[in-house]
Ligand binder design. Structure first.
Ligand code: GAL
Length: 669
């Protein structure tokens, strides 16, 4: 298990380094991540590299037993580079340059920037490829952060044309797939192609944006931008590998970020890491949201991961978020570990007196005095040295899976069907409802092996292919249970609406036809009742005509009163549930209770308890339960069976008590 902090030796006088390293050691640290923004210090002017300071910092840390994850510094190109080649800057959709003054001021499609990136990475690679204390590399920092994945510069236009040529081979094929006959948009040659920048018909309506561009063009542009980042990352990975670096390579992802296809980005990485902030200037997250983010990250490679930046203090840029309460840093750390983290790196070691993140507190305050937060992290370090054997290579075992698709997310994003519809929120709603019942769900791409799961949820899986249809049909035929919701199966993969009767690609599986639908606007709600009691929809209602399916709920209002809203269809040895409307939290929770019981999924604990999270892991044939109390009250949890408390080493049989923000790791006996 790796445990440590994000450290910026370049921010501190040389004479501080040893003291920092000693305090880290006393907190049981064995790793730091460094270097990811230090380009101007590594290459102060073009071609003059200076790594002496970095060598010295690494040595100072290594003397205390601390290993290094080394970041390539390409997220902050130095001023000399940008001044020499202003062509590296991104352009926004209005054609304005996104210039110097912050970070990520580069376009991944700039050929010049790619060359400079290769040079700095290659210089680092030659110096550190065999370094005994550099144990891993991080490429760049948070690709896409602050809307930097999508650029509208001329380099992007040229690359986009190539990307499209590669995908469609002929311009006629592109015209056909996009349907450019609409509004006379037919392109006669590749040269005529455009980026979906600001156009005469685009409008900002209130906070929302109304897109008028061709939906095929928009979706392909989003895919292209994501691919451009994947390509840029690969370019750096290739430099490292071709220079002889054999250390594992990662990139630090962001929670619930959707401008990149995180599955594609993950293919070239050895392990995934991500940055986890829970309470900060921009909000206080529900524990389900963080749990889901961990599961999304584990699902990228279906492997354990690292948290490369784990919140360790109050934080924000212009305002400060809430101060983490005693116990919360520990709770969030165990939550990460429960969901699959094998490396915990706290952001940041010590609050920085200068720069845009003066308010981003770390383990230490600006004055460097170890206080409550340091002591809490030191306690975690002590505990983890005992627990690391059961954490490393442990597996999180889930009976259910939620399918997440970036292509679908993008398509829903610019045409959400209804102002109240949000693809991610829908997935979150289903995930939270399962969590409420203490049922663990993996979040995975459609490429996963579905046969591992008793229940698969494909909420609003709208873009479809024949291959996906066959895969899902085979899963159900073999006995799987599947949930499909409204706005599924209505489009092909290039974003045209299908001519099939809805729910299109899912018609046979679900055994229903959608007779009509009703998009609920301006606060209108519709009730339905059935197997879940009574529920309210405020976004969408599909009016269902069951063909072979059985009705589980019916609408009780509107002109479709008495028509089916939720159905179940037997297909082969399995069952397909079609949920034709959005439902309030209570109704979804109750509906999922019914479906999970029918699917023979046993909850991890029989009694739901608000604020209590339970995660099951397995290592060497032994089962462990992580119990996490996200409330500020002491709670008592009834247990079935006998357990060994891995921290107190006591045997427990009937119940366990958790203090406010307390945790327990129990081994099933
Ligand atoms: C992350 C980023 C860090 C730091 C931190 C606090 O998004 O990777 O470099 O900026 O947030 O803002």
């Amino acid at each position: 298990m790796y445990f440590g902090a994000d450290y910026y030796p370049e921010h501190w006088p040389r004479e501080f380094w040893e003291g920092h390293a000693k305090l880290m050691k006393e907190a049981h640290f064995n790793v730091v991540r460094i270097g990811e923004f230090a380009w101007s210090k590594m290459e102060p002017e073009e071609g003059r590299f200076d790594f002496a300071w970095l060598d010295e910092a690494i040595e100072a840390l290594a003397r205390e037993g601390i290993q290094i994850v080394l970041g390539t510094p390409t997220a902050s190109p130095p001023k000399w580079l940008a001044d020499l080649h202003p062509d590296i800057y991104m352009k926004d959709e209005f054609g304005l340059t996104r210039g110097f003054g912050g970070r990520r001021h580069y376009c991944q499609n700039s050929p010049i920037y790619r060359e400079y990136s290769k040079k700095i990475v290659s210089a680092m690679a030659s110096r550190y490829k065999d370094h005994p204390h550099v144990i891993a590399w991080q490429i760049d920092n948070e690709f896409g952060w602050n809307d930097t994945a999508r650029c509208y510069c001329d380099n992007c236009l040229q690359e986009f044309k190539r990307w499209l040529q590669n995908k469609y081979t002929s311009i006629d094929e592109l015209n056909k797939e996009w349907g450019t006959i609409f509004w006379s948009q037919t392109y006669r040659s590749w040269d005529e192609l455009i980026l979906p920048a600001h156009s005469a018909a685009d409008l900002n309506v209130g906070a929302a944006k109304r897109y008028s561009h061709n939906p095929g063009l928009l979706l392909d542009f989003y895919r292209f931008c994501s691919d451009s980042v994947v390509f840029y990352q690969k370019l750096q990975i290739d430099v490292l590998r071709n220079s002889g670096c054999s250390q594992p390579i990662t990139h630090n992802y962001m929670e619930h970020f959707n401008q990149l296809d995180y599955y594609n980005l993950g293919k070239d990485l050895d392990f995934i890491s991500w940055d986890n902030y829970v309470v900060y200037e921009w909000g206080n997250k529900a524990y389900e949201t963080t749990a889901m983010a961990h599961d999304v990250i584990r699902g990228i490679k279906e492997k354990n991961f690292w948290v490369m930046e784990q919140q360790s203090g109050p934080c924000g840029w212009n305002h400060l978020g809430d101060t983490p309460k005693p116990g919360q840093l520990r709770l969030w750390t165990y939550q990460a570990i429960a969901h699959g983290a094998e490396g915990i790196v706290y952001f940041r070691w010590r609050a920085c007196p200068v720069g845009a993140e003066q308010y981003w507190y770390g383990i230490l305050d600006h004055d460097g005095i170890p206080r409550r937060r340091y002591r809490e992290i030191q306690q975690i370090g002590r505990e983890l040295s005992e627990l690391s054997d059961i954490i490393n290579d442990s597996k999180t075992i889930s009976d259910a899976a939620i399918i997440q698709s970036y292509d679908n997310w993008w398509s829903h994003e610019f045409q959400p069907h209804n102002p109240g519809f949000d693809y991610h929120r829908l997935l979150h709603q289903y995930y939270s409802a399962l969590m409420h019942h203490h049922i663990q769900a993996d979040i995975v791409s459609i490429d996963t092996d579905l046969s591992k799961y008793k229940l698969v949820l494909m909420p609003a899986f709208n873009l479809m292919t024949d291959e996906i249809q066959t895969k899902v049909e085979n899963y159900v035929k073999a006995g799987g249970n599947l949930i499909i919701t409204f706005r599924s199966g209505t489009r092909n993969w290039n974003n045209s609406i299908t001519l099939k009767t809805l729910p299109g690609y899912f018609k046979e599986l679900t055994g229903v036809e959608i007779e009509e639908f009703d998009s609920l606007n301006f606060g209108r709600t519709v009730k339905s009742s059935g197997i879940f009691g009574e529920g309210t929809s405020c976004v969408w209602c599909d009016i269902l005509r069951p063909l072979q399916a059985e009705t589980l709920a019916k609408y009780s209002g509107e002109f479709y009163r008495g028509e089916a809203s939720v159905t179940v269809n037997s297909y082969g040895n399995g069952k397909v549930y079609y949920i034709g409307c959005d439902l309030d939290e209570k109704a979804i929770t109750s509906l999922l209770k019914y479906i999970t019981v029918e699917s023979q999924i046993k909850p991890l604990l029989s009694q739901p308890m608000d604020g209590l999270e339970v995660v099951r892991k397995m290592k060497d044939g032994k089962i462990y339960l992580f119990l996490l109390n996200h409330t500020d009250a002491t709670i008592e949890i009834s247990l079935e069976g006998k357990y060994l408390d891995m921290l107190s080493c006591e045997t427990i049989s009937t119940s366990v008590t958790l203090n406010a923000y307390g945790i327990a790791v129990l081994q099933s006996l």
